[in-house]
Design a protein around this ligand. Structure first.
Ligand SMILES: C[S@@+](CC[C@H](N)C(=O)[O-])C[C@H]1O[C@@H](n2cnc3c(N)ncnc32)[C@H](O)[C@@H]1O
Length: 239
């Protein structure tokens, strides 16, 4: 696994160049979570959502975790010192503090809305790690705390023109099986004026709706459902 070494700078330009609307995401997140809360971001990446969240609600206390040193290095440069950043895998997270909400905006987990229904998308490679990660998140939430996952359409092949002539393109492989837990390989690259700059691949995991609700219930979460504008799915830690 690359953990974004050698590509984090380009990835940051992608995330900042129109892949996500961090400002809108942070406003919608705060509408769900409320202001003045303790918020944990799962897979903080280069800190773009964390920055937008902290600017939108300076009264909130933010912590971000990520297992990629390269991503965290950019986040550290970007974010104010009062945002705590911790390098760890969510499946082994032990921060010694509880939060009002844990959020993932394209981070450790997402919800994919496809024709086949909702699926849980993950960056982790083993069901046991996903289950362990969900338990770690529950342990880090106060009773009644929220787990908020961003909602996305299925991944598909596409290119995106970024500022300064940079072009991002991604190519998806075929699902590994028809099972309730399957994987799809995503290859992506950055070019400028046809010149190849960087490329990487990531294996994305997916759980169909015959499986993921049980995984979340097992970790102590009950589904509250999609937000009104359907860009987040909210789970609540059962008291
Ligand atoms: C698309 S990026 C995050 C974007 C960021 N949330 C934002 O809104 O700008 C996904 C991040 O999740 C991190 N990640 C994936 N799986 C993880 C895991 N098991 N533990 C910690 N971080 C993880 C990756 O290193 C990467 O930085």
């Amino acid at each position: 696994m690359s953990h974004y070494a050698g590509i984090a700078g380009y990835y940051d330009q992608l995330m900042d160049g129109g892949y996500y609307d961090h400002r809108a995401m942070s406003q919608n997140l705060l509408a769900v979570v409320g202001t003045g809360k303790k918020i944990l971001e799962l897979g903080v990446g280069t800190g773009l959502t964390a920055r937008a969240l902290s600017e939108a609600d300076p009264s909130a206390a933010f912590t971000g975790i990520d297992f990629s040193p390269a991503m965290l290095e950019i986040a550290r440069d970007r974010l104010p010192d009062n945002i705590r950043l911790v390098e760890c895998d969510v499946a082994e997270m032990d921060l010694g503090i509880q939060f009002d909400a844990a959020v993932s905006t394209g981070g450790t987990w997402v919800i994919i809305r496809s024709e086949a229904g909702l699926m849980l998308g993950t960056h982790l490679y083993h069901a046991e790690k996903d289950r362990a990660g969900l338990h770690r998140v529950a342990e880090h939430l106060v009773p009644g705390g929220l787990l908020v996952l961003s909602v996305h359409p299925p991944h598909e092949d596409h290119s995106l023109q970024l500022p300064n002539g940079l072009v991002y393109s991604q190519e998806l492989g075929k699902p590994s099986t028809d099972d309730a837990h399957f994987f799809i390989e995503k290859k992506y690259r950055f070019t400028r004026d046809q010149e190849h700059l960087a490329e990487d691949r990531v294996v994305l995991g997916f759980y169909r709706d015959t499986l993921y609700p049980e995984m979340l219930a097992d970790a102590g979460f009950k589904p509250l459902g999609l937000t009104n504008n359907e860009d987040f799915f909210v789970f609540k830690k059962v008291d």
